[in-house]
Design a protein around this ligand. Structure first.
Ligand code: B12
Ligand code: SF4
Ligand code: SF4
Length: 263
C-alpha cells in the first residue's frame, strides 16, 4: 500500500462524510502527512519537553508509521468567529463535528489497514488531557509537525499550508511507509521576521502573550463557551486567537515568499 492510497482514502471518506445531511460543518481538502515511529524527534520531545508523553510503541507494538491529518475549516466558519468575545455557533458546531469526524475517520482507517493485514491504533481528537494540569500524553501538534504538516505559530497552533483553523488527528500503524520531509524555516511571521503579533491582541482572556501561555485562563473562557453552546454537546472552544489573522487560512511566510518570487 502506498501513501497515495491512504491520502486518497482520507479525501474520499471526507467527501462522502460531507454529503451526509446530518453534518452541517464543511471542510476544505484535508492535508495528510507521514512520520516514522522511530523518528528520534519523539524521544527528544519526551526527554526535553514532555516526560509524560507516550511513544508510538507504547500505544501499538511494532509501530512503524504515524499518519497525521489536518481538517481545515471552510472559510465561512473562520469568518463567523471574528466578532464578539464568545465563540460563534458555527465555530462551536465545527469543533463538535470535527471531533466526531476524526473519531469516525480513525476507526475507518483502522479497519481499512487491518483489511490489508496491518494493525492500527487511532488516537482521539481531544479530551485525552488531564483536566487539572490541562496537558495530554499525546500531542497531535507534535506528531503533525514531525510528519511535515506545518510549523508552530506564536498562538501555539500548528500553521499548515492551509493555515491554523482546523483540527488535527493521528493514527499509528505497523505499515512501513517513507516518512515525509520537514521543511526548513517558519510559517509564523513573528518567528520568521518579527513582523506580526496579531494573534496576541485577539486573545480575549489575556492567556496568550509572547512570553507565556496561561492555560487555565484560556480554559475558563472555553468553559464559558461550553455553557453558551451546550445544545451542541461538549463545546469547550474559543479560537479568537486563530481567526482574522494572516495565518488563519494560509501559511503567510510561504505566501510572502511566493509573491516575491512572482514579481
Ligand atoms: C490540552 C489542550 C488544550 C489546553 C491547553 C492548550 C495549550 N496551548 O497547551 C486548553 C484547554 C487551554 C486548550 C485550548 C485550545 N485548544 Co487545545 N488541545 C489540547 C490537547 C487536548 C492536548 C495538548 C497537549 O497537552 N499536548 C501535549 C503537550 C506536551 O504538547 P503540545 O502543547 O501539543 O505541543 C507544544 C509543545 O510541546 C511544543 N513542541 C512541540 N513539538 C516540539 C518539539 C521540540 C523539539 C520542542 C523543543 C518543542 C515542541 O510546541 C507545541 C505548541 O506550543 C490537544 C489535542 C491533542 N491531544 O494533541 C488540543 C489542541 C492542541 N487544541 C486545539 C485548539 C484548536 C484549541 C483552541 C483554539 C480551542 C478551540 N478549539 O476553539 C484553544 C487554543 C489555545 C492556545 N492558543 O493555545 C487544536 C490545535 C489545532 C492546531 N492547528 O494546532 C488541538 C491539536 C486539538 C485538535 N485535535 O486539533 N487546548
Ligand atoms: S497572527 Fe502572526 S504572530 Fe500570530 S501566529 Fe499568526 S503569523 Fe504568527
Ligand atoms: S483560545 Fe481564546 S482565551 Fe484561549 S488563548 Fe486563544 S483567544 Fe485567548
Amino acid at each position: 500500500m502506498t501513501k497515495e492510497t491512504i491520502r486518497t482514502e482520507i479525501q474520499h471518506y471526507l467527501s462522502q462524510y460531507q454529503s451526509s445531511q446530518q453534518v452541517t460543518t464543511r471542510w476544505k481538502t484535508p492535508l495528510v502527512g507521514f512520520a516514522s515511529a522511530a523518528d528520534p524527534l519523539f524521544l527528544k520531545f519526551k526527554k526535553v519537553v514532555a516526560p509524560t508523553h507516550l511513544l508510538p510503541g507504547d500505544l501499538l507494538p511494532d509501530a512503524r508509521t504515524i499518519i497525521a491529518f489536518f481538517m481545515p475549516f471552510q472559510e465561512s466558519i473562520v469568518a463567523s468567529n471574528l466578532p464578539g468575545r464568545l465563540a460563534s455557533p458555527e465555530w462551536a458546531k465545527a469543533y463538535v463535528d470535527t471531533n466526531e469526524l476524526i473519531q469516525n475517520l480513525g476507526q475507518h482507517l483502522r479497519r481499512f489497514l487491518e483489511n490489508y493485514g496491518h494493525a492500527a491504533y487511532a488516537t482521539p481528537a481531544t479530551h485525552n488531557f488531564d483536566p487539572k494540569i490541562l496537558l495530554s500524553d499525546w500531542s497531535h501538534r507534535h506528531i503533525a509537525f514531525a510528519a511535515g504538516l506545518g510549523r508552530f505559530g506564536l498562538n501555539n497552533m500548528l500553521i499548515t499550508e492551509k493555515g491554523c483553523c482546523g483540527r488535527i488527528g493521528s493514527l499509528i500503524t505497523t505499515l512501513a511507509l517513507k516518512p515525509d520531509t520537514r521543511t526548513d524555516g517558519e510559517a509564523c511571521l513573528f518567528k520568521h521576521n518579527g513582523s506580526c503579533r496579531k494573534c496576541l491582541s485577539r486573545c480575549v482572556s489575556g492567556a496568550l502573550s509572547s512570553t507565556e501561555f496561561k492555560r487555565h485562563a484560556c480554559y475558563d473562557i472555553l468553559l464559558e463557551n461550553e455553557q453558551k453552546h451546550k445544545a451542541f454537546g461538549t463545546t469547550d472552544v474559543c479560537g479568537k486567537c486563530l481567526v482574522g489573522l494572516p495565518c488563519s487560512n494560509a501559511d503567510p511566510v510561504k505566501r510572502m515568499k511566493e509573491s516575491r518570487g512572482n514579481n
